[in-house]
Every structure is written in structure tokens, then in C-alpha cells.
Design a protein around this ligand. Structure first.
Ligand code: FAD
Length: 373
């Protein structure tokens, strides 16, 4: 059985690795030119039943523990006026949802695959059914690959999804801006102290400002704001001039404590805009023999429940196990939909909550109830 996985993100690589553990080869077609072609983003907290479960099936628990930071679960939550609403301090042996840098996680998975398992620079442009569940996959370079099972692990803008459903991600009514503080401890001690070992969040006035320590000495700062898909063009912020953009972004936080907006001053390098989009909550499709989707390709959601990577990795591992056991892909899809739907709903609800007036107090109460207090 020839398996092609479109996309070598966390979902696709987990699937390839767990297949390999069970002696099954897969071809991974990845659009990036190489592992270092693109900045991979910041830190991710992997849950016991999500990413950690998948890494156990991948035989990579020891490698994960070497890169994970339990202390990264520390957090402080403020309102937009500067009142501290909640502080959590993690024990060094708290393995509930430790943080790990996304590049380190991706490397862990890549290093566990044989050389040549990932075809770099292989952007999938689409696929056509050949009958009996077989598909011919087209690559941007003009090459084609035929396979018995095609796995769409190519993220929110999947080129495989149209084989199964006409659903497309819709703009979620909010956008994010990502900035990076480099060499935080030495060059920006005040920002470093505010963020501590984990994360800082301030919420209110229908916007958020958050900052999270990464394992590489950087702190990633995120601003989340309500706005339409064209917000980057209409906001008046000159994103093509990062130094002016940082200053202009501070106007959106007028009246917030100077200590908080100083986080923006401490950043350097590009100011990246992230449009928040999501697939319909509870998306399902009629099963089609020989093709399926995992991760964001199947259930893209906003990051407000912190589950996208966890679900993608669990999907990848579950699909691999289903195939290794000779099981039915339909059953895998049923379980994936059931797993993802509550999180997709929570992500949509949390987006409204986090970007509401007085969000700080509401989110403090949410965290308290989640902690059983
Ligand atoms: C700001 C932000 C913060 C987040 N924080 C968290 C968090 O804390 N915890 C969490 O669990 N999740 C988080 N997420 C969500 C998480 O990043 C995604 O859900 C997760 O990366 C999905 O994994 P994936 O493998 O399905 O897709 P992706 O990570 O998008 O990987 C898809 C891969 O496919 C490749 N690709 C795309 N198109 C093609 C093509 N046509 N041909 C070949 N290859 C292609 C891409 O290059 C990429 O390597 C966050 C997301 C954002 C935007």
C-alpha cells in the first residue's frame, strides 16, 4: 500500500513516524524547501492526551522530555488596567502540559525519520481520483505520484480538502500580530522579569497583549485584535516598516500600563500579521475511499483553546495506528470529528471571551473553574 502524506507539519510528521514504528513507509511531500526554510513559530504546550500521547506512540517520550519545559506553564494574567488577576507557578516535575519550542518538536520528529522520508520543496497542487481509492497527486514542479492512500496534512489551506468537502476556512473576525524579543534576559531584563519562566497575558478593551518565553532565549509577543480580514491594510499600521509598525501598534493599547506596552518596544525584526481563520465547527464529510485529512486541514480553529497542534499530532498517530492494525479509515474519521468538535467550539467561544470588554475577569473565572477552584 503506497501512502502519500501531503504536508510535513506536526500532524504529517507524527503520522509518518508512527507508521514507521509499525514498519510502514510513507512519502511525505512538504512545500518548504528544507527544514530551516521558514520561521516555524513559537512554543507549544502539549497535553497528556494530545501531543504527549502521540509522542508516546512515536517512541519519542525521552526526546520530548529533553526539550520540554515544565516551568513554561507558569503564567500571570492581568486586566488592561494593570491589576494582577491570577498567577500560576508550575512545579519542575509538572508534566500536565509543558512547553516545547515548535522547531525543536519538528526536529525531534524529523530526526526520527530516515533520510529522504520527507520530500522537501514538493508543493502539492491537487489530486485526482483514479478509481478503486487510488489517487494521482500533482506537485508544483509538474511531477505526479500515484498512491493507495492520500493523507491531507497540509494545514488550513489544504489542497486535498476539496476532494472531500467544499468547506473553506472563514475569517474569524480577529487578527494577530507576532513580534519577537531577542536575547531577552540580557538585553531586556524588565520584559524578561514581567514574563517570568512562562507567559504573561493582559486582556481587556476587546484586545489582548501576551508574551511567552521560548527555549531559545527569545520571548514571543502576540497582540490579538478584533478586525476584518483586511485589517492589516486598513489599520493604518505600516507593516512594511517594522520599526514604525511597533510604534503605531502601541496606539492600539493607549491607556494600558507603560510596563506592558514596553514589551512592544523591546521587540526587533519583522512584525508579522496572522489572520485568524477557522473551518466550520463540527465539519464532517462523506467518506471517500483512499483519501482523508488530519490536523488543521480537517478542523482548523483559532488558537484560543491551545489545541490545534495537540489534535494534529493525535490525529496523525491515531491514523497511523488504524492503518497498522488494518482498521477502517472511516472509524478513524468518526473518532477525529468527535475529538475535534468540542475544541473547535471552545476556540470560537474563547475568541469572543478573550476579545470582549472586561475579558480579564471573565478569563480569570474561566481558568479558576477549569482548575476546579
Ligand atoms: C499564533 C498561533 C498560536 C498557536 N498556539 C498553539 C498552542 O499553543 N497549542 C496548540 O496545540 N496549537 C497552537 N496553534 C495551532 C497549531 O499551530 C496548528 O493547529 C498546528 O500547527 C496544526 O498542525 P498541522 O500539521 O495540521 O498543520 P501545519 O502545522 O500548518 O503544517 C502543515 C504543513 O504542510 C505544509 N504545506 C502546506 N501546503 C502544502 C502543499 N500544498 N503541499 C505540501 N505541503 C504543504 C506546510 O508547509 C506545513 O509544513 C497555534 C496557532 C497559531 C496561529
Amino acid at each position: 500500500m503506497r501512502i502519500v502524506i501531503a504536508g510535513g507539519g506536526l500532524g504529517g510528521l507524527t503520522c509518518a513516524r508512527v507508521l514507521r514504528v509499525h514498519g510502514i513507509e510513507a512519502i511525505v511531500c512538504e512545500r518548504d524547501a528544507g527544514p530551516a526554510a521558514r520561521v516555524q513559530g513559537g512554543t507549544l504546550d502539549l497535553t497528556v492526551e494530545g501531543g504527549q500521547w502521540a509522542l508516546r506512540e512515536a517512541g519519542l517520550v525521552a526526546g520530548y522530555r529533553a526539550i520540554a519545559r515544565p516551568e513554561g506553564q507558569d503564567m500571570v494574567l492581568y486586566d488592561s488596567g494593570g491589576t494582577l488577576l491570577r498567577r500560576e507557578v508550575a512545579r519542575e516535575d509538572d508534566w500536565a502540559r509543558p512547553e516545547a519550542d515548535r522547531p525543536a518538536l519538528r526536529k525531534l520528529l524529523l530526526d526520527a525519520l530516515p533520510a529522504g522520508a520527507v520530500g522537501w520543496g514538493q508543493a502539492v497542487t491537487g489530486a485526482v481520483p483514479l478509481g478503486d481509492g487510488r489517487h494521482r497527486v500533482s506537485l508544483a514542479g509538474g511531477e505526479t505520484i500515484e498512491c493507495d492512500l492520500l493523507v491531507g496534512a497540509d494545514g488550513g489551506r489544504s489542497r486535498i480538502r476539496p476532494l472531500l468537502t467544499g468547506a473553506e476556512p472563514a475569517h474569524a473576525g480577529a487578527n494577530g500580530v507576532e513580534l519577537v524579543i531577542h536575547d531577552a534576559d540580557r538585553a531586556h531584563p524588565a520584559a524578561s522579569a514581567l514574563v517570568g519562566r512562562g507567559s504573561f497575558s493582559a486582556l481587556g478593551d476587546q484586545r489582548t497583549l501576551s508574551a511567552q518565553r521560548n527555549g531559545d532565549g527569545t520571548i514571543r509577543v502576540h497582540a490579538m485584535l478584533r478586525g476584518a480580514a483586511d485589517w492589516a491594510e486598513t489599520s493604518g499600521i505600516p507593516f512594511d516598516d517594522p520599526d514604525r509598525a511597533r510604534v503605531a501598534l502601541k496606539d492600539w493599547y493607549a491607556g494600558w500600563p507603560e510596563e506592558f506596552t514596553a514589551l512592544l518596544d523591546a521587540t526587533s525584526g519583522p512584525v508579522s500579521v496572522i489572520q485568524l481563520t477557522a473551518l466550520p465547527v463540527g465539519l464532517r464529510w462523506e467518506h471517500v475511499l483512499g483519501v482523508t485529512l488530519i490536523g488543521d486541514a480537517a478542523h482548523l480553529m483559532s488558537p484560543f483553546a491551545g489545541q490545534g497542534a495537540n489534535l494534529a499530532m493525535r490525529d496523525g498517530a491515531e491514523l497511523a495506528l488504524t492503518l497498522a492494525e488494518g482498521g477502517d479509515v472511516r472509524k478513524f474519521e468518526d473518532a477525529m470529528w468527535e475529538r475535534a468538535e468540542p475544541w473547535a467550539r471552545m476556540s470560537a467561544e474563547n475568541l469572543e471571551l478573550f476579545l470582549s470588554d472586561g475579558a480579564g475577569e471573565k478569563v480569570r473565572d474561566l481558568f479558576a473553574s477549569m482548575a476546579g477552584e
